[in-house]
Write a protein that binds this ligand. Structure first.
Ligand code: C5P
Length: 241
């Protein structure tokens, strides 16, 4: 079973994907983490962010590893755990250049499909999961929220992670990312065909999760027991990116 969740920065995709995957007991794939780790590698190796062949080599390399699990994804570079580091403002500010690279996108989409085949069932989230990577997914969701709510969520997350940022900086970053994610020529952020849209601006994570589970139930993918099973880590908590 492949479930895709796409949407802009701060729409609640990651939290929703994690909670849904935990509830279903299947891995979740955070494809933003793939673009982020390639960005980190490019910054550390001082690769020109416009050098397509060099970026393609980095994306294809075995220098990084993603281990998707049902509650979180672990990202490593050699022996180094970079799961937190790839969420820093420095990486966030540069990821859009990597995400605009056709060569990197081709490699990462291929890797995402390979993971889908290897894992069999996944909840995968990003910008192009329902539109490009998995157009034949069993169910596709598109999450939205107004920009002020999304920036506020990101700000609280970054502060909780110890980053020294202002609300204005985070709002600017989210707006810039919206602009480049929707305007880029390769795989721009769009609502995928057939996707179920959920506006999360005024919803708690529990409400978002319930809407998704009801859609899966309507599609015949979860039974009534799974719909009502609340023993997982799927309830409560702040909605995140
Ligand atoms: O989801 P997250 O904010 O971690 O993604 C970081 C960046 O990676 C996004 O701003 C976007 O530019 C890019 N991205 C993408 N396609 C995806 C996932 C992320 O272009 N499937």
């Amino acid at each position: 079973m492949i479930i895709t969740i796409d949407g802009p920065a701060g729409s609640g995709k990651s939290t929703a994907a994690r909670k849904l995957a935990a509830r279903l007991g299947i891995p979740y794939l955070d494809t933003g983490a793939m673009y982020r780790v390639v960005t980190l590698l490019a910054l550390e190796a001082e690769v020109d962010l416009g050098d397509e062949p060099a970026l393609q080599r980095l994306a294809e390399s075995n220098a990084y590893r993603l281990d998707p699990g049902p509650t979180h994804i672990r990202v490593t570079v050699g022996d180094r755990d970079v799961t937190e580091e790839i969420r820093s403002m420095r990486v966030s500010e540069h990821t859009r250049f990597i995400a605009a690279s056709p060569a990197v996108r081709t490699v990462l989409v291929r890797k995402q499909r390979e993971l889908g085949v290897r894992l069999g069932s996944i909840v995968t989230e990003g910008r192009d999961q329902g539109s490009v990577a998995f157009p034949h997914a069993d169910v596709k969701f598109f999450l939205t929220a107004d920009v002020a709510h999304r920036a506020e969520r990101r700000y609280h997350e970054l502060i909780a992670e110890g980053e020294d940022v202002t609300q204005e900086e985070v709002l600017r970053n989210v707006q810039e990312r919206d602009q480049t994610d929707t305007a880029r020529s390769v795989a721009p952020l769009v609502r995928p065909d057939g996707a179920i849209e959920i506006d999360t601006s005024r919803l708690s994570i529990q409400q978002v999760l319930e809407e998704m589970l009801h859609s899966l139930h309507d599609a015949g993918l979860v039974n009534a027991d799974q719909l009502n099973d609340d023993h997982s880590a799927a309830n409560a908590g702040r909605i995140g990116d």
